[in-house]
Ligand binder design. Sequence first.
Ligand SMILES: Nc1nc2c(ncn2[C@@H]2O[C@H](COP(=O)(O)OP(=O)(O)OP(=O)(O)O)[C@@H](O)[C@H]2O)c(=O)[nH]1
Ligand SMILES: [Mg+2]
Length: 268
Amino acid sequence: MSRTATRIRTILPSTGRTALGATIAGGVLTGLASAPERMGRLFRRRYPTVAVTGMTGVGKSQLADRLSRRSSGNGVTEVGSAVMERRTRRSARLHGFRFLVVPGDNAATRLGALDEVFHDEPVDGVIHVVANGHATPRRTAGTTGAASATREEQLAAELEDWAITAHRIASMAVRRDRPVWLVIAVTKADLYADELDDVVHYYSPGSGSPFGDKIDELRALAGGAKLSVDVLPVSSQGGDRKSTISTKQASAMVDALATRLAQLSGHV
Ligand SMILES: Nc1nc2c(ncn2[C@@H]2O[C@H](COP(=O)(O)OP(=O)(O)OP(=O)(O)O)[C@@H](O)[C@H]2O)c(=O)[nH]1
Ligand SMILES: [Mg+2]
C-alpha cells in the first residue's frame, strides 16, 4: 500500500490528507479501492461546480473553453455537443472551477445531463448562456440539410429554453439550505456591440421584458434570498478583421465574468 499512499499524499492538498490518511490508516484494501472516488469528492468540495446551460448553438462550449483557458478545436463547433462536456479552470490557491456544460436541445442526452447537474449532484452555481437571438441554427440529430431560423425564432427559442432551465433551478434552490447563484451570460456581444446596454437590460430582472419577467418569476418561486442573479455581457470571439470588438476587449469580458464567478464562490 505504501507506494500508492505516498503518491496520493503528494498530490493531495494538505487538508485533504487528513481525511484520506485516516482511510489508509484504517488499513483496509477497500479504502484504497475507493480512493480515486474519494479524491474526486474532495476536489469537488474545493473547486465549486458550475452548470453551463442554454439552447443549442448559443455559445456554451466556446465560453466554457474560454473560461478554462482552452482553445476550441477547429470544426468541432460546426455541430452541437452530444454529451456533457467537463472543463476545469485551474487557479492558484485552488481558486478554480469545474464547469459542466449541458448539451443543447438537439441532443438526447440533455435531460439526463439536466438531472445530473440540478438534482443528482447539485451544482454550486449556474451560468445560463443567451445570445440575443444569435444562436447558430443547428439541425435536429438525424436530419440532413442546412438549418435555418430567424432571429425572432431564436429569441423565442431562448425564452422557451430558459423556462425549462429556470424551473430546474427553482426546484434545486428550494431544496437547498444555502444560496444558489445564477449568472446570465449574454454572449456573442461582438455581434451587437453597439446595442449592448439595451440587450443586457432585456435579460435583467425587473426589466419588464419577457425574459426579465421569467427571472422575476424564478426569484419569487425560489425565494429572493436563496438566489442571486447577475447579468454580464461576454464574447468568446473578437479581434478578426470583421469583428466589432478587439481580442483585448473580448478577453476583458471573459476575465470580468471569471472575476464575478470568483466573488460569488467566495474565492475573493
Ligand atoms: N460571433 C461569435 N460567435 C460565437 C461566439 N461564441 C460562440 N460562437 C459561435 O457559435 C456557434 C455555437 O457555439 P458553441 O459553443 O458550439 O454552442 P453550444 O452552446 O455549445 O451549442 P450546443 O453544443 O449545440 O448546445 C459556433 O459556431 C461558435 O463559433 C461569440 O462570442 N461570438
Ligand atoms: Mg456545445
